[in-house]
Each structure stands twice: as C-alpha cells, then as structure tokens.
Design a protein around this ligand. Structure first.
Ligand SMILES: O=C(O)CCC(=O)C(=O)O
Length: 243
C-alpha cells in the first residue's frame, strides 16, 4: 500500500517541501522522546558526533545541539517506525533506488534564542550528478514559531545553489533568505516535513523554557551514497562549504 498520494508527490516536486501529519503515534513519540533524552544527557555517549551547530565557542553551553548519525550508535533505530516510514515515503517521492544516507538529531535548548541560518542542504554536500535528495524533519516536541519550527521558501529548489558562507567556529552554513517569501511549518509531536536538497530553509531561535527536539533522516540514490563514500564522505565530519 502506498503511503503518499499523487497530489502530495506533485506538491513536493513543485514546492520543494511536503508536510506529513502523524508520521508517529503517541507511544512512538514517547519511545523517541526517551531515546533522545538519553543522547542529550550523555547516557548514550555520542560525543564524537556531537557539536554546537551555532558555532559558539562556549563549551559550557550548547545552543543548538547537533548529533550526527545516531543510528550508528543505536543501530536498532534503523528497524523502527521513523526510519522505515520515512524511507518508504522518500522512495515514493523520488524513486525505488533511494536509500538512507545519514540521520541526525538537532535540539534547540531552552531560551538559547539562536537561529539556524538560511541555507540549502546541498551547499554542505559534494557535487553529485544525480541531485535527488530529501530530508525528513520529524518533530519530537511541538514545533512552533517561538521555539524554532522550520521555515521553507517554496520553489527555491528550482534555482541554483546560492553562495554560502560559514558562521561562527565551524558553525552552520548561511546564505541570503527571508521569512517574507517563506512558509512557517508548525508541527505537532510525531508530524514531519520533507524538504529537497535545494530547498532554502531556516528556523528562529528557541525563546521558550523547553527543548525543541527534531530527528532528521536524509535520503538520496544508492549510487550517489556509494559515490560519497568512495570520496570519504559519511556525514560524520566537519561542516564546510563544498569545494
Ligand atoms: O532544526 C533546525 O533548526 C535545522 C534543521 C535543518 O537545517 C535541516 O534539517 O536541514
């Protein structure tokens, strides 16, 4: 049985993003919420894949915690609903040759007020002949404007990759973008949004008293994943503008 309608696939192709309500049910959200907290408070040691996306030099306080490839540390994640359903949806959106490239956790800690700058994910990646790529951003907490839900610029994936620069100390990449011509996607826990590798996106800082936790899976053609790996790219290393 298909998970997506033709209209949803067309919307994703034309607009560059697609919202899916209730990818996870309540008990599934609870499972991921508990697991997430084990990563955040270091009961699961992910130190070699963990950094502050804001590029802050303050070692005592992370503004935007980014943990790359959590499923390398907890492989059972690959067998659970989030990975299974988001992969199936990615295949329906982009083709049967699509596979998981990497996953990550991004948390905006309470009252850290730190934006994720406007960027296109493809700016982080090596140049690949087959540009098909999508991320699935799954809200573990209610995501809304004040805690840093995602904003997308519709149709921006149809243009070239913009000039990006690095922020802070090995922090996130940044390009020009604006809320004015973009849509703000508020999500309930367990809902998600897919976006393409070229889709311009950003999030405001978290000005609330709670975490804003998201799990992200990223997909592309198997042949392009092999190409990346042959060049030593496995998404565990430094953030850099591609050469
Ligand atoms: O969670 C965020 O604020 C940023 C996420 C993001 O840029 C991405 O998933 O590509």
């Amino acid at each position: 049985m298909k998970l997506l309608t033709k209209q949803q696939i067309t919307f994703f192709e034309e607009e560059g993003y697609l919202v899916i309500d209730n990818l996870l049910n309540e008990s599934e959200v609870t499972y991921y919420s508990n697991l997430y907290d084990s990563f955040l408070d270091n009961r699961i040691d992910a130190s070699k894949y963990r950094s502050d996306l804001s590029g802050s030099d303050d070692a005592a306080k992370e503004n935007i915690t980014q943990i790359m490839v959590p499923s390398k540390i907890v492989p059972e994640m690959l067998e659970k609903v989030l990975h299974i359903k988001s992969l199936r949806m990615a295949q329906e959106l982009m083709g049967d040759d699509i596979a998981l490239d990497f996953d990550m956790l991004i948390n905006k800690a309470p009252n850290t007020n730190t934006i994720t700058p406007w960027h296109q994910d493809a700016a982080y990646w090596i140049n690949m002949p087959d540009k098909r790529a999508a991320s699935c951003w799954v809200a573990i907490d209610h995501a809304y404007k004040e805690n840093g839900c995602m904003w997308y610029t519709p149709k921006s994936h149809l243009s070239e990759i913009l000039q990006h620069e690095q922020t802070g100390n090995k922090g996130a990449l940044k390009c020009e973008g604006s809320e004015e011509n973009s849509v703000c996607i508020e999500l309930s826990p367990g809902s998600c949004v897919f976006h393409q590798g070229g889709t311009l996106h950003y999030s405001r800082g978290n000005s609330t008293n709670d975490n804003r936790r998201a799990i992200i899976t990223n997909f592309r053609p198997k042949a392009m994943i092999s190409l990346e790996r042959s060049k030593g790219v496995d998404h565990t290393g430094d953030r850099k503008v591609k050469q």
